[in-house]
Design a protein around this ligand. Structure first.
Ligand code: SF4
Length: 488
């Protein structure tokens, strides 16, 4: 590996490995954006990189293993590695940095959401092409009569061009006993509403069609800054979830896009957001979809988990939301086998799923995370039983999801094309040409985690359509996960 001094007159190249959740992906996007403006190039492989940054995840043990493997691989393949992200914040028992202990050859380690610290380490170990060169700053564009906002550069995005994650806050004020995120990312810090809305507008102008709003706790947006009031287009707007929903609804409506909300806890004020989604001005732009991570349904387990909104009447709340917004999709995740979970507490989850008829559900078998306070709880459930409960939960939900999807057969829906492919069926011979198909998503499907709508096309339609285009389809078939449709 050449030393940085060999690169005085050529552009330094940084390799980047991004692991973890959408929030970590946004951290990667911020770092890459700064690198680009500082004059670095992003290398496509280890060999062409002068240094590699690994953005890690430390959420569950599997993620920790994957992150450690990625660091090991980067060290073996390149040798010059800087580590950032959630795992980078972990400390060993003696208070030293844990990653640096496991991989002592890494050049530097920072925690999550630490763009400045990562950039300064990169500058230190791989100097900018010309240290005298001023860093390119965002220059405010003068206002004109038809331009109410300052142009915002949303920077590098790692998602396909037609959708993007929009992070509205960092950190979390809760202390769920199975989670170590607050110890890694700190308490809630909300971005100002004007900045979030400017970024949304810039992304739509760039061609994004779907914005996925993410945070650790979207319902808590603005609580840390007392729901500060700002001005958007001359109108007052508070830094709070409902005002943000309305503002994003206006921007999406102006640009023909969609907005989807993730990590929403079922607090009473979410009712207001559901009302805004149902408002005819926003009904095609704020998609009727809420990702609500319930994690459990039994009040005692929720208390042991110290979950936000653990005293809320979640079933009644979902029913009230559906009364206002009948086509609302509710997705959630659950943990099976949390310490002390009895068979009847687990049964409460199955009963809740039956009654709530959630549309999409994911489930993890509980896995202890180093440093989490849940590790001190008594009544550990044997790992085989945790897995068995996870499988039972998923089998139970499969019937519910199938029923919910089957109800949509015959309806007309708007979908967003993710891919255009010649689809070859499992039964088809290897040399079969395949069927022209749009792999699309409806309002009920977030990318990566939910299902898809496969739209069978003619060859002509295939030629005319584009990825990132909205099309209207009639749903013709359903299974437990996906739908099929034809152009309307
Ligand atoms: S709400 Fe709970 S699970 Fe989510 S980040 Fe905060 S502490 Fe972790």
């Amino acid at each position: 590996m050449a030393s940085p001094s060999n690169f005085v007159n050529i552009v330094p190249r940084v390799g980047f490995v991004s692991l973890g959740c959408p929030k970590a992906l946004v951290d990667s996007e911020l770092i890459l954006t700064r690198l680009r403006s500082d004059g670095y190039e992003i290398a496509p492989n280890y060999r062409d990189s002068d240094l590699v940054v690994v953005n890690t995840c430390g959420f569950i043990d599997d993620a920790v293993r994957e992150s450690l493997d990625a660091i090991g691989e980067a060290l073996a393949e390149n040798g010059r590695v800087i580590v950032t992200g959630c795992l980078g914040a972990k400390t060993a028992e003696d208070g030293a940095n844990w990653v640096a202990q496991v991989h002592p050859k890494v050049l530097a380690v920072t925690g999550p959401h630490a763009t400045d610290a990562v950039i300064s380490q990169i500058h230190r170990h791989l100097p900018q092409p010309d240290a005298e060169r001023p860093i390119q700053k965002r220059t405010p564009t003068p206002r004109t009569s038809d331009q109410s906002m300052i142009e915002f550069d949303p920077g590098v995005k790692l998602t396909p061009p037609h959708y993007a994650y929009l992070k509205i806050s960092e950190g979390c004020n809760h202390r769920c006993t199975f989670c170590i995120i607050p110890s890694m990312r700190g308490d809630l810090v909300s971005r100002p509403i004007s900045e979030v809305v400017r970024e949304a507008e810039a992304l739509f102008k760039r061609g994004v069609r779907e914005l996925l709003v993410i945070s650790q706790d979207t319902s808590a947006y603005g609580v840390d800054i007392n729901y500060r009031t700002e001005f958007l287009d001359g109108r007052p707007a508070r830094t709070r979830f409902a005002d943000l929903a309305e503002a994003l609804g206006r921007v999406a409506s102006d640009h023909g896009g969609w907005v989807r909300f993730h990590y929403v806890y079922p607090y009473p004020h979410v009712d207001e957001v559901v009302g805004i989604m149902a408002d005819s001005r926003y009904s095609n732009v704020l998609v009727p979809y809420l990702d609500v991570p319930f994690q459990h349904a039994h009040p005692d387990v929720l208390r042991r988990m110290k979950r936000p909104a653990n005293g809320e009447r979640n079933l009644e709340r979902i029913q009230a939301w559906r009364a206002v917004l009948p086509n609302l999709t509710v997705r959630s995740t659950f943990i099976a086998g949390f310490p002390g979970e009895t068979e009847s507490e687990f049964q409460a989850v199955l009963d809740f799923l039956t009654a709530a008829e959630l549309d999409r559900v994911g489930c993890f078998a509980y896995s202890p995370v180093e440093g989490a306070t849940a590790n001190a709880l008594s009544g550990a459930v044997p790992s085989q039983l945790r897995e068995e409960r996870r499988d039972r939960l998923m089998a139970h939900q499969a019937d519910i999801s199938s029923r919910r999807l089957a109800r949509r057969v015959g309806t007309q829906e708007r979908v967003l094309i993710d891919e255009l492919v010649w689809l070859v069926g499992d039964e088809d011979p290897d040399d079969a040409p395949g069927e022209p198909t749009a792999i699309a998503r409806s309002t009920a499907d977030a990318p990566e985690i939910d299902g898809v709508v496969r739209v069978i096309l003619s060859a002509n339609q295939m030629r005319e359509l584009r990825v990132g285009q909205f099309i209207d389809v009639t749903i013709t078939a359903a299974d437990e996960h996906d739908l099929e449709g034809r152009l309307t």
